[in-house]
Design a protein around this ligand. Structure first.
Ligand code: AMP
Length: 441
């Protein structure tokens, strides 16, 4: 869509003085961001409503946090060595030199709010969800944008593997509700602070022995974040990745037991999955269970619709008491792509009743009538573009209005209004009060 903006030539923001030089400048949306036009927002509303409904059935409540936070929140929680913190955050300073970032993901903010408002004081399990935009300065491509939207879930206060399986079962119910098919659930364990360091060290050693064979990004990751090498999509690295040891063989007894119980609960709930020993998540705070839901409709690289896992240490990292956490984030744009073209099931925008008028006095009557009918829950419509009555009726047809009612002097004096059902031309004359009853019937 093109938007034209009339600008005057100005010198800096404060100089709005007209200098006699008009210019027409075309302003477009920022690269990697998108407008959602009304035909798209209907599906988005449906997706959001399905999330609210289904998550509500499992006791989840919505949390809304600001879209920007102190940069340190993300640096500390996501990890200073991650791509997100190193390269992808939109960071800015305010006039006092404080540094803020647009949120690149939701978990850090949820945990920050959880601690700030002392939600942990009751010692129970907290089930939270959020819906909103996230911002990452990535190279825009299909399925990867600079502003994108996530629906996320966080459950704080339990390390029970059955709760992890329940969260995943809830996701299944959500997808079923939206009739989404073809998603595959991949699960893995990334170990814990006891067993993972030794595995990472082993990876690092192996990567360093054949350093020249790996892509430059993997060589760098060998130093900063060796787990992420498993995630590399470069074709030349794939046979090398196959030869690397898997974390499965290096899990400690507790992690192994946790992972096995988690899988048993998935079986119990009849949720199909595949263990993918290469599945790691990009963020430092994940421990033990991780999972993704992928679709081959998204192509080979950006194929994950959902990503999530356990983050037991995060609340402590951010200054709160030891609290277990598990959650996921789902990308709405990718979900919409997976859903493809859908017949529009949402409520139609066609008016219930089109009010036609002949002159200024009946226009005023129609304004009042429309207001009264909207109060009764009726979608009433009238023309604001000075059309003739004939043109107003053409518009009523074009909009697909179910009823029309033409108001003139006679109707205003008698208080009786001709109501025409457009489908079959059936005409009844009714009082002001009877209009809504007729339209609703
Ligand atoms: P993450 O927070 O990276 O674990 O991502 C969780 C989900 O958010 C992914 O599976 C995607 O569906 C979505 N997502 C992440 N980054 C982007 C992006 N740049 N553009 C669109 N969707 C994204």
């Amino acid at each position: 869509m093109e938007i034209y903006w009339e600008t005057r030539i100005i010198r800096g923001f404060s100089d709005l003085e007209y200098r006699g030089n008009f210019r027409t400048m075309k302003i477009k949306s920022v690269r990697g961001t998108h407008d959602l036009l009304p035909e798209a927002t209907q599906l988005w509303q449906e997706i959001e409503a399905a999330a609210r409904h289904n998550f509500g059935l499992y006791g989840y409540a919505e949390l809304r946090t600001p879209i920007f936070e102190e940069t340190e929140l993300f640096a500390r929680s996501i990890g200073a060595a991650t791509d997100i913190v190193q390269k992808e955050m939109y960071t800015f300073a305010d006039s006092k030199g404080k540094t803020f970032s647009l949120r690149p993901e939701g978990t850090a903010s949820v945990v920050r709010a959880f601690i700030e408002h002392g939600l942990h004081h009751d010692g129970g399990i907290h089930r939270l969800y959020y819906i909103g935009p996230m911002f990452r300065h990535e190279r825009p491509q299909k399925g990867r944008y600079r502003q994108f939207h996530q629906i996320g879930v966080e459950v704080l206060g339990s390390d029970h593997p059955a709760l992890e399986a329940e969260v995943i079962e809830m996701l299944h119910r959500f997808f079923e509700h939206l009739e989404v098919e073809g998603l595959e659930l991949l699960v893995n364990s990334v170990g814990c602070t006891n067993c993972r360091p030794a595995y990472i060290q082993l990876l690092r050693e192996q990567l360093n022995t054949q350093a020249s064979d790996w892509c430059s990004q993997c060589r760098q990751r060998a130093e900063t974040n060796p787990l992420r090498v498993l995630d590399c999509k470069t074709p030349d690295c794939q046979p090398l990745i196959e030869k690397l040891p898997t974390i499965e063989e290096h899990l400690c007894e507790e992690c192994r037991r946790h992972f096995s119980r988690f899988r048993n609960y998935l079986d119990l709930q009849q949720v199909p999955y595949r263990v993918d020993p290469r599945l790691v998540r990009g963020l430092d705070y994940y421990v033990r269970t991780t999972f993704e839901m992928v679709s081959d409709r998204l192509g080979p690289t950006q194929n994950a619709v959902v990503g999530g896992g356990r983050y037991d240490g995060l609340v402590e990292i951010l200054g709160g008491p030891a609290t277990r956490g598990f959650g996921f984030a789902l990308g709405i744009e990718r979900l919409v792509t997976v859903m493809g073209e859908r017949p529009n099931k949402s409520q139609s925008v066609a008016p219930d009743l089109f009010l036609g008028f002949l002159d200024d006095a009946s226009f005023e009557e129609c304004i009042q009538l429309a207001s009264h009918l909207r109060g009764e829950g009726i979608h009433a419509y009238l023309d604001f573009q000075g059309r003739s009555l004939k043109a107003q009726m053409r518009l009523a047809n074009r909009l697909g209005s179910r009823f029309t009612c033409v108001v003139g002097e006679e109707e205003m004096t008698s208080g009786r209004f001709p109501l025409k059902r457009m489908e079959d031309g059936h005409l009844v004359t009714v009082t002001r009060e009877e209009i809504s009853v007729q339209v609703k019937s």
